[in-house]
Design a protein around this ligand. Structure first.
Ligand code: COI
Length: 359
């Protein structure tokens, strides 16, 4: 193993790269991990020097607080390689800000900006050969931040670890995605942790989502916990509705504390507005979606998220109501997905400064 220090990060390179054994022709999302990971520990009120080291299991005791109280937050980002082999991140400062907003809500100390932004750049540089280049493929980047104190006491931890791993990735969803509007279980409530990328938010969705899958729906659209009347998000994605020529999506922070403020969502809103599409960011009632469907005015529903990118929904169910969505030739989903990906993969100008070069 060789070791060097770059931008105040200790880098220990693996002597046993797994790259030659990796099967890039059958990429299953989130199953294959690159050679290295970034770790930075917070101990006794101080951040220690970050380190990039070979991807490996963690050294924690069963009493570590993360296992008991779920004091853990994470992020999802991607690195993209263009046709000339140049590598880019997409709006990484948005993920940095969101990670620290999530951490604050869970009583965790802020992660230093350089650890996050510079750390991720160095990690991606080191594992750049792991970035797949097939259509729609990228290197998924998963920062995660956990409580590591050994103590079975329900209080904030006095030690933490920030880590980043990367994973060559293709599609998150494959095939048709139909959604069920959930009218019993809830994902988030006012004043809760819905806006944070808290690990427990995802576990709490698994049971209702598995039930929906058994009924033939791949995802749930969550409704507000109070009335189960307003459409919120899909758990792995924010959600957009096209009624006529207008796009509708639910508000996030500061108007609503229940919905994750997605980076893809924010980018799609900007692209749509700058391309002459009216976007209404406001609470959306299930009844207006049903009415629009009955009047042939519901043109599209699509999800937007880092893992999923932009995902057209093919059908929606609410109680006894079900409708397929029309298959449009020039859909907003396809149009804005292409615009977004052209920026991400450096196929077009980036008037917004969203692309951040890594190499
Ligand atoms: C992402 O879109 O990156 C997410 O973090 C969602 C995740 C559950 C795959």
């Amino acid at each position: 193993m060789t070791s060097e220090v770059k931008n105040n990060i200790v880098i220990e390179k693996t002597a046993h790269s797994k790259l030659s054994q990796a099967d890039f022709s059958h990429l299953v999302f989130g199953k294959l991990f690159s050679d290295h990971m970034l770790v930075a520990d917070y101990i006794d009120g101080k951040w220690q020097t970050p380190k990039i080291m070979p991807y490996q299991p963690l050294p924690y005791e069963p009493s570590a607080k993360v296992f008991h109280y779920g004091q853990a937050v994470f992020e999802g980002m991607k690195a993209y390689k263009d046709v000339n082999g140049q590598v880019f991140l997409f709006r990484p400062e948005e993920n940095f800000k969101r990670m620290n907003n999530s951490a604050k809500r869970l009583g965790m100390p802020p992660i230093p900006e350089a650890y996050f932004l510079q750390g991720i750049k160095e990690l991606v540089k080191l594992d750049k050969d792991w970035i797949p280049t097939g259509p729609g493929e990228s290197l998924y980047i998963r920062p995660v931040y956990i409580a590591t104190e050994n103590a079975v006491a329900a209080s904030p931890s006095n030690s933490y670890r920030f880590m980043v791993m990367t994973s060559p990735a293709g599609k998150y969803y494959s095939g048709d995605v139909k959604v069920k509007v959930e009218d019993k279980f809830s994902r988030a409530c006012d004043g809760g942790v819905g806006y944070a990328k808290a690990a427990g938010n995802y576990a709490a969705q698994f049971y209702p989502t598995e039930k929906a899958k058994k009924e033939g729906f791949q995802q749930i659209i969550w409704t507000d916990a109070r009335e189960h009347k307003y459409l919120e998000e899909a758990g792995t994605m924010n959600i957009f509705f096209r009624i006529g020529d207008k796009l509708l999506t639910a508000p996030t922070v500061p108007q609503s504390s229940r919905i994750l403020p997605g980076v893809t969502r924010k980018s799609i809103i900007q692209l749509a507005e700058d391309n002459g599409v009216e976007v209404e960011v406001r609470p959306i009632e299930i009844n207006e979606i049903i009415e629009a469907a009955q009047n042939d005015n519901l043109k599209e529903i699509f999800g937007a998220g880092t893992a999923a990118t932009v995902l057209p929904i093919s059908g929606i169910k609410y109680k006894d109501f079900y409708t397929d969505l029309p298959q449009l030739k020039d859909s907003y989903a396809e149009r804005f997905k292409k615009m977004l990906m052209d920026i991400q993969y450096n196929r077009t100008d980036d008037p917004y400064g969203w692309r951040v070069p890594v190499l």
